[in-house]
Design a protein around this ligand. Structure first.
Ligand code: GTP
Ligand code: MG
Ligand code: ZN
Length: 395
């Protein structure tokens, strides 16, 4: 296993980060179904000598916390790249001129960000140290640093942050009229996450061909009314596909939404050359099957790029402090000042401007219900909402 690097407190200009380390430096726990003798932790280039741009110190071998001091110096020989996809421990990285690299992620980076499910994510700009190129094989490298993210789409449980994509301009929140059934509360959660992560959001309601009674169109109108750009699309009839393509042009976007709503289908319609894999929705459970398994960045012919992502099971937003939740519901923002109490939770208080607006039909009751639900989830008062899909129910 990798040796521990020790050092005194680092040099001037360093950034000190106190971090938890996984216990994986001792005997790794056995994974279910994997024979004992198999090492399942791929060791990589962690021991790239002892880098002078970082020092790690701990009180003792069994300490679970170490202090990592990242200096502001750029590691010698490191070059900047752009992450197109992350497949397990390998990231597909590209240089500005398009040269591809298959990079591993330096161990200390992985370990210290273990509370984040993905230390490196699609859309990241990273510094990596390229290795020697041999023959025609794709060049390799080791990612040593993730550059500051200007935006990020993420969800989080109490224990972990799941980063979905970084450095994108907008989230295209995709929902379907039916199959799987429309769940506005999940749209709301994506909108909160987009707002918290510094991204614009567009609400895209797909499978318009299934909207027989116009009820779904009314849901979409709910979001248009509070200022979100909205799109009604159908891959089956090509409705709205041109408008969607226009929305994406010249921007970086991430497609997010439940499994089976048609994210990959829509992207294939926007740019047929992509030929992304499409999955059936189970007719019995009306759930998707997790056809897309890794987030991937795709370049648009008209400029810009999009990230296709897999549908997710639960969408917790534990990284948002409960007091900040209201700020991510756009239609609450200009009303909260009118609540009687400065610390109003907008759940039960008298003279609450939000509750009054709901009663008057100015704020949609289901939007308020999502807010209340998120608030209570964050306080541990209700179980987490589950947006499970077909693959999950078979587990
Ligand atoms: N009726 C109808 N079906 C659609 C439409 N768009 C997609 N579908 C179907 O919906 C199913 C799921 O589509 P996908 O594109 O794989 O869904 P996804 O959102 O990418 O799902 P994951 O990759 O699992 O997250 C497929 O059977 C598609 O043919 C549409 O506009 N109308
Ligand atoms: Mg997909
Ligand atoms: Zn209030």
């Amino acid at each position: 296993m990798g040796k521990k690097k020790r050092g005194k407190s680092g040099g001037a200009g360093g950034r000190k980060v106190r971090v938890h380390f996984r216990r994986n430096r001792q005997a790794p726990p056995r994974q279910k179904g994997i024979p004992l003798h198999v090492t399942h932790e791929v060791d990589d280039h962690d021991d790239l000598a002892t880098p002078d741009w970082e020092t790690v110190s701990a009180k003792g071998d069994l300490s679970r916390k170490r202090t990592v001091i990242e200096s502001d110096n750029i590691p010698a020989g490191a070059i900047e790249g752009f992450v197109l996809a992350v497949r397990g421990l390998i990231a597909d990285v590209e240089l500005a001129d398009g040269t591809p690299y298959a990079c591993t992620i330096r161990r200390v980076l992985r370990t210290r960000r273990i509370e984040e499910r993905h230390p490196v994510v699609v859309g990241d700009r990273v510094l990596f140290i390229p290795s020697r190129v041999t023959g025609d094989a794709v060049a390799e490298g080791v990612i040593v640093r993730v550059l500051a993210r200007r935006s990020q789409l993420r969800r989080a449980t109490e224990r972990r942050t799941h980063l979905i994509a970084a450095n994108v301009d907008q989230v295209i929140v995709v929902a379907s009229v039916d199959l799987p059934p429309l769940k506005p509360s999940l749209i709301d959660r994506y909108l909160v996450s987009a707002s918290a992560g510094g991204m614009d959001a567009v609400v895209c309601l797909n499978k318009a061909d299934l909207d027989v009674d116009g009820r779904a169109a009314a849901v979409l109108e709910r979001y248009a009314r509070i200022g979100y750009p909205t799109l009604m699309t159908s891959v089956a009839t090509s409705t709205g596909v041109d408008a969607l393509r226009e929305r994406l042009r010249g921007k970086s976007s991430v497609f997010a939404g439940q499994s089976g709503v048609g994210k990959s289908s829509l992207l294939n319609a926007v740019q047929p050359g992509w030929d992304l894999r499409i999955g059936e929705v189970c007719m019995v459970t009306e759930k998707g099957r997790h056809t897309t398994t890794t987030a991937r960045l795709l370049k648009l012919d008209g400029g810009g790029y999009v990230v296709d992502t897999p549908g997710i099971r639960a969408f917790e937003l534990a990284m948002i402090p409960v007091s900040e939740l209201e700020a991510h519901f756009v239609e609450f923002a200009d009303r909260v000042a009118d609540c009687k109490f400065a610390n109003c939770t907008h759940i039960h208080e008298e003279d609450c401007a939000i509750r009054t607006a709901v009663a008057r039909g100015e704020i949609h009751p289901e939007r308020h219900a999502t807010y209340v639900r998120l608030f209570k989830e964050r306080c541990g008062l209700v179980p987490k909402e589950d947006y499970g899909d077909e693959a999950d129910s078979r587990r």
